[in-house]
Write a protein that binds this ligand. Structure first.
Ligand code: PEP
Ligand code: MG
Length: 595
């Protein structure tokens, strides 16, 4: 390896969590975030003029907002209440407040976002630590001003994103699932974030779109500037900034090897997923957008085990109408062409959608008003979706699945609304499938523990390990600080899964697993050993999973399962799976993505 000279920028490795496989080499674009800390992004001396213009424009736009808000509030609420907006406008026009930010951009060569958030942050902290309570309240005014100016600066970033050149790798402190879904894939080839966990929905979207991604890189955005060359390795979870020529050559070789490995799997797509001893395993796909069904089928999937319909909300600025829902489901039925199609009712809340739209965000949204709870409290919205689903059920086979069910009452209520709508549709003379199957996700411990009772009332189970792990182990699935504790091989999780499968079999109802763990080859062997015969995974995992299934026999999987369930730590379980699975089917683990 060549030693970088003082004029060559130093190569710099940033480890994180590889959440979407693939290696890409491209140029960095750093996106700052409106909330949370804004990284100190350096700019060049040439960029100062443009940066000051952006800054001045954001200040002028913020003042204009405040004048408009003042006029509106004055007519609606009176002068006294409206005065706050006038005061804010005066503060933003004050040179003693704004001047130091301009100086900082100019002298310290930093981006406008950093100058605003840093200097106003220091001022707010000063007010906050004052003994005088009237000064303390000023801190909130400063925070407000900072958010307003940043909003304008960052809003301008959306247009930067639109103008992103091809081969752009996005770096951001954090990204929402909808931001990720909105990336133009002809330009954005990968992304990396400072925050985030393995099964966050942003990571899931990245996998669905086939964009390599690394999350939880801690201080990556602070270390990067626009235009730097970077290698993003979504397989190993690392980002290399300013790669050396040797690193570039090495990664290019790996890209080539991965391409060849993927090609070697294409023939498998048309072959059935049958174990060596002749047991049929059903491989279905998880989708977020109707068009993804094509990818699932092309990869050799037999249908859809999970359609996350909340993405209809995440990719739009307005609430979907009944017709929007209907069109999406009718499209799915047509693309699935008679194959199994399980559509999950909207799973909004937590890291998806609702927090940014309410005045007072929840303090603990993963334990809050999310998922089926949110639907049952927003009945007009829920019923719109159910009507569309039922109408689409007249076009082809559909199953409905309810997310985050924690009690029988919740399932009964959801089912009651479906029946109610069936009555309405019948009265209106509209067609629907009267025998429509209704199932539930088993993704919280209460549902897993009560599986026997649920199995008497539901038509099927789908085990959602992404949430089941989070709620069983009390580990936020999106938090990179506790990512090391988030483990689907934890014995408590294994026991719950095993038990749910047993209860479903005893009640003779279908059971599948649609969490990300089903696409983990070693873990899939364990699930099969527990008796599971349906796995639903992201389309990119299907070929390798099929290859594994076609190389093992049930007896081997059962023996692994028996040994694993006797262990009492996730480390032991992971080690056992790794060692046994690779001994039995080394060929299934060829290729970089399985490393
Ligand atoms: C799960 O929790 O495992 C699951 C499949 O649902 P989601 O990832 O959408 O929460
Ligand atoms: Mg879930």
């Amino acid at each position: 390896m060549t030693v970088p000279t003082s004029t060559t920028p130093r190569s710099d490795q940033h480890p994180g969590l590889g959440v979407s496989p693939g290696i890409v080499i491209g140029r960095v674009m750093v996106l700052d975030t409106e909330h949370g800390r804004v990284p100190r992004r350096p700019i060049t001396a040439h960029a100062v003029k443009g940066e000051l213009e952006r800054f001045d424009h954001a200040i002028r736009a913020s003042i204009a907002d405040l004048h408009a808000l003042y006029a509106q509030a004055k007519t609606e609420m009176g002068e006294e209440t409206a005065a706050i907006f006038r005061v804010h406008a005066v503060m933003l026009a004050d040179k003693s407040l704004v001047g130091p930010m301009r100086v900082m951009i100019e002298k310290e060569l930093v981006c406008a976002e950093f100058a605003v958030s840093h200097l106003l942050g220091v001022l707010a902290d000063k007010f906050r630590s004052s003994r005088d309570s009237s000064f303390k309240t000023k801190a909130n005014d400063i925070d407000d001003l900072s958010a307003r100016v940043l909003h304008h600066l960052l809003g301008a970033q959306q247009s930067r994103l639109i103008e992103a050149p091809p081969d752009t790798i996005i770096f951001a402190r954090d990204l929402t699932p909808s931001q990720t879904a909105g990336f133009d894939r002809s330009r954005v080839i990968g992304f990396a974030t400072d925050l985030g966990g393995r099964t966050s929905h942003t990571a899931i979207v990245a996998r669905a779109l086939g964009i390599p991604a690394v999350v939880g890189c801690q201080n990556l955005t602070a270390a990067a500037t626009d235009g730097l060359t970077a290698i993003l390795d979504g397989d190993r979870g690392v980002v290399v900034l300013n790669p050396t020529p040797e690193q570039l050559a090495d990664y290019q070789l790996q890209i080539e090897q991965t391409r060849n490995f993927r090609l070697s799997l294409t023939d498998l797509c048309k072959l059935p997923a049958v174990t060596v001893d002749g047991t049929r395993i059903e491989i279905l796909g998880n989708i977020e957008f109707s068009e993804e069904i094509n990818q699932v089928i092309d990869a050799g999937g037999e249908g859809v085990g999970l359609y996350r319909t909340e993405f209809l909300y995440l990719t739009s600025t307005t609430e979907p109408t009944e017709e929007d829902h209907y069109k999406a489901y009718a499209r799915c039925v047509s693309l699935a062409a008679g194959r199994p199609l399980t559509i999950r009712t909207v799973d909004l809340g937590a890291d998806k959608y609702t927090q940014s739209r309410v005045d007072v965000p929840e303090r603990n949204p993963f334990l809050g008003n999310r998922s089926i709870r949110y639907c049952l409290r927003n009945l007009p919205m829920f019923k719109r979706q159910l009507r569309a689903l039922l109408r689409a059920s007249a076009l082809g086979p559909i199953k409905i699945m309810f997310p985050l069910i924690t009690s029988l009452e919740e399932f009964r209520q959801a089912k009651y609304h479906v029946r109610d709508i069936m009555d309405d549709l019948a009265e209106e003379g509209l067609d629907f499938d009267r025998g429509l199957k209704m199932g539930m996700m088993v993704e919280v411990p209460s549902a897993a523990i009560m599986a026997e009772a649920f199995a008497r009332e539901v038509d099927f189970f789908s085990i959602g390990t992404n949430d089941l792990v989070q709620y069983t182990l009390a580990v936020d699935r999106t938090n990179e600080r506790v990512a090391g504790l988030y483990s689907h091989t934890h014995p408590a999780v294994l026991r719950l899964i095993k038990d749910v499968i047993r209860k479903a079999k005893r009640a003779d109802i279908p059971v599948s697993c649609c969490g990300e763990s089903a696409g983990d080859l070693e873990f899939a062997m364990l699930l099969i050993g527990f008796g599971l015969r349906t796995l639903s995974v992201t389309s990119s995992s299907i070929p390798q999973l099929k290859r594994l299934i076609r190389s093992v026999n049930i007896d081997q999987c059962e023996r692994i399962a028996k040994s694993a369930i006797a262990l009492d730590s996730d480390v032991q379980v992971s080690a056992l799976l790794r060692e046994r699975a690779r001994k039995i089917v080394p060929e299934a683990f060829d290729g970089r993505t399985a490393e």
